[in-house]
Ligand binder design. Structure first.
Ligand code: FE2
Length: 159
């Protein structure tokens, strides 16, 4: 093999290794095994009393007082989920949102490094006019990079 031929084969081999490594890295960070049907809708527990393992890890769990006073702050703790969801470079919770009825109240974004637990405490104030029927539904939503968008709710009486 002459020098020119050797260099040509060495360059092609290096390019092939580079492409293979890039594909392996892409597979690690953007796995194709995600169930795409979970991204087509907002997912909820089908039977809240008997959640399956996927629902146990993904349905947001809200801890809030059953009754609050209008205009007075209270805390709402949102955990993802009953079994805390893993946080790593390939599988993580991207964000947690809290709505008061149909109104967005707040949001926390997470990075995939795993420094944060997917658990957020919001301090909420509900004015009297936001709960004319004397109650309001708190809606928490989260998005998992592999398992889509999930919702959990809690009803609160407002006096
Ligand atoms: Fe997940």
């Amino acid at each position: 093999m002459d020098r020119r031929m050797f260099l040509k084969h060495a360059a092609l081999g290096a390019a092939a290794v580079g492409v293979a490594r890039t594909a392996a890295a892409a597979e690690m960070y953007f796995p194709v095994k995600a169930d795409q049907s979970l991204f087509a809708t907002i997912n909820r527990a089908k039977n809240p009393a008997r959640k399956n393992p996927l629902e146990q890890k993904h349905v947001p769990v809200l801890k809030a007082p059953a009754t609050v006073k209008a205009g007075k702050p209270f805390t709402v703790e949102v955990s993802i989920g009953e079994q805390i969801h893993p946080m790593g470079p390939t599988h993580w919770i991207e964000f947690v949102e809290l709505n008061v009825g149909n109104e967005p109240a707040g949001r926390a974004d997470f990075q995939p490094r795993g420094f944060l637990h997917p658990k957020v405490t919001f301090t909420v104030v509900i004015p009297k006019e936001a709960a004319p029927a004397g109650k309001v539904t708190l809606i928490a939503r989260q998005r998992c990079n592999l398992h889509g968008y999930w919702e959990g709710t809690a009803d609160v009486a407002v006096t």
